[in-house]
Write a protein that binds this ligand. Structure first.
Ligand code: ADP
Length: 194
């Protein structure tokens, strides 16, 4: 199973990915998590990404594309993967297509989690409140507004991109977690049978 979860910050991609990992034994490839790990470890990539991420902007395509290209070569990706937070630009989507083509692989489905922006702000504020002080550098009102703006301008065009390839399925992400999960399972099942 190879799927992309697409949606704005706070849409629930991480929550749903973790659940899919438990249920289907595939790996979650979160470029956000990978970049945060690089920042924490102080690697050259981390040093370059740190301030960009804290501002809510996008790390350059060539960096994230290289990270993902390396990661999907790892043996644990052979059974499939969930891409969470990648691709985020049309250039990244094109790079991913090229990577998969080269490996003779294809995506099963691209699942868009649709949510409304007012609810997103509330969710992220909740995440900040519940974190007990340990907040992500980009979980503040200013960076979140930037992340939403970046999503609208750079990432939302991927909805059209994958609609054109016929790989897109959109789900109402405003439902309770379990209901969203049930719909995702249905979509995955249907794509496996197709
Ligand atoms: P979100 O909560 O917005 O979904 P993520 O944890 O996926 O956030 O990513 C956090 C930050 O990491 C992004 O705002 C961006 O700076 C950087 N990042 C993550 N994935 C990518 C990507 N595919 N391309 C560029 N930057 C990325």
């Amino acid at each position: 199973m190879r799927i992309i979860l697409l949606g704005p910050p706070g849409a629930g991609k991480g929550t749903q990915s973790k659940r899919l990992v438990e249920r289907h034994g595939v790996v979650q490839l979160s470029t956000g998590d990978m970049l945060r790990a690089a920042v924490a470890a102080g690697t050259p990539i981390g040093l370059e990404a740190k301030d960009i991420m804290a501002r809510g902007q996008l790390v350059p395509d060539e960096i994230v594309v290289a990270i993902v290209a390396d990661r999907i070569e790892e043996p644990d990706c052979a059974r499939g993967f969930i891409l969470d937070g990648f691709p985020r630009t049309v250039a990244q989507a094109e790079a991913l297509d090229a990577m998969l083509l080269e490996k003779n692989l294809s995506l099963d489905v691209v699942i868009e989690l649709k949510v409304d922006e007012v609810a997103l702000l509330a969710r992220v504020e909740n995440r900040i409140a519940e974190s007990g002080g340990e907040v992500r550098a980009d979980d503040n009102a200013e960076a979140l507004a930037k992340r939403l703006e970046v999503y609208r301008s750079q990432t939302a065009p991927l909805v059209e991109y994958y609609a054109e390839t016929g790989q897109l399925v959109s789900i109402d992400g405003m439902q309770p977690i379990e209901a969203v999960a049930a719909e995702i399972d249905k979509v995955i099942k249907a794509s496996a049978e197709a």
